[in-house]
Design a protein around this ligand. Structure first.
Ligand code: ZN
Length: 334
């Protein structure tokens, strides 16, 4: 049921469900782990399980009873979510929560306060939260969600029970993308391989990086040695105006170089480890034409430009230099 839909966090979920089943939930939890791996979803699901009227099995929720329905439409009076207003979580928001906690849970069950992301509290807000943690109200459980625990007060950290969340495996992410976003298998697989274990990142990539345009950019890369200088300059001028696309584009090129390298090392055995899995036939054709030295050189050039772009260098100039340098490398035809 709902908990079973959360992928890759079985250990965290088992510990929480066991605590709920034994009526030993802690007053305050710190959910620690990378962004976009299910921390908030787990907190919300647990909040529902804490209040569900007809759980299908112990420590889960039905999604059909009035408390579950209210929770799903963010209308449950005892499930409180605090998130940044603007850049930070403000002291007034924590005070408002504190006020609500003076009363018993309104719907008669258990109250859940989810603070996400907890590291966005400034000093004043953190101190107000610390007061709540020092004297936790009855029937109330706090869930502090963070990917950066080192940015929280040590006095807050020590008062929470830590639950660790892990990066997800590419197959798990691909499955989520197929199910929740309706992506085709090859697309889901591509974005999942690039996402560094985060569903959130995979979803953002699937919106930012067009799957078909990727092929065009890879073709452009492979044909760079045949491009005229004029064409290179025109492309760089256009790209310099689209800041976000540049890093994505350079990532795509790096991944292509990486796939060529993997294929050269492993041949057809590489199939499962490739990111551009759908372009296997092209990789098979191109990999023998380019040496390891060339690939390493291109990887280094692209990485250097990516680092320099982080330091506000002239984007157009950096891209021109990169493309002209790659042009000098031997051709690898797409
Ligand atoms: Zn329910």
């Amino acid at each position: 049921m709902p908990f079973a839909r959360i992928k890759g966090q079985e250990k965290a979920i088992a510990a929480l469900r066991k605590a709920l089943g034994n009526d030993r939930l802690a007053h305050a939890y710190l959910f620690v782990g990378p962004e976009g791996v299910g921390k908030r979803l787990t907190a919300l699901t647990l909040a529902k399980a804490m209040n569900c009227q007809s759980p299908p099995e112990p420590g889960d929720c039905c999604e059909k009873c009035p408390p579950c329905i209210k929770a799903n439409s963010s209308n449950h009076a005892d499930i409180i979510t605090v998130e940044p207003e603007g850049e930070f979580i403000k002291i007034d928001q924590v005070r408002e929560m504190q006020k609500r906690l003076r009363f018993r849970p309104m719907e008669g069950g258990r109250r859940a306060c989810i603070i996400d992301p907890a590291e966005r509290m400034k000093a004043e807000a953190s101190n107000a939260l610390l007061k709540i943690l020092e004297e936790p109200p009855r029937d109330t459980h706090l869930f502090l969600i963070t990917g950066r625990p080192h940015q929280l007060l040590s006095t807050i950290l020590s008062r929470c029970q830590w639950i660790r969340f892990h990066p997800l495996s590419p197959p798990d992410i691909a499955q989520i993308l197929e199910k929740n976003r309706g992506l085709e298998e090859e697309k889901a697989r591509f974005y999942a391989s690039l996402a560094g274990g985060s569903v959130g990142q995979a979803m953002a990539l699937s919106e930012r990086v067009d799957f078909q345009k990727r092929v065009e950019w890879l073709q452009f890369f492979s044909h760079l040695p045949q491009k005229s200088a004029e064409e290179v300059f025109e492309t760089c001028e256009r790209l310099a105006k689209e800041e976000e696309d540049i890093q994505d584009l350079l990532d795509l090129w790096k991944i292509w170089v990486r796939d060529l390298t993997v294929f050269k090392v492993q041949g057809n055995r590489a199939k499962e480890g490739l990111i551009n899995h759908d372009l296997l036939a092209v990789l098979e054709k191109d990999a023998p034409k380019v040496s390891f030295d060339r690939l390493e050189g291109m990887f280094r050039l692209i990485s250097e430009v990516q680092s320099s772009l982080a330091y506000n260098v002239n984007k157009q100039l950096a891209l021109e230099t990169l493309m002209l340098d790659i042009r000098k490398e031997n051709s690898i035809r797409f």
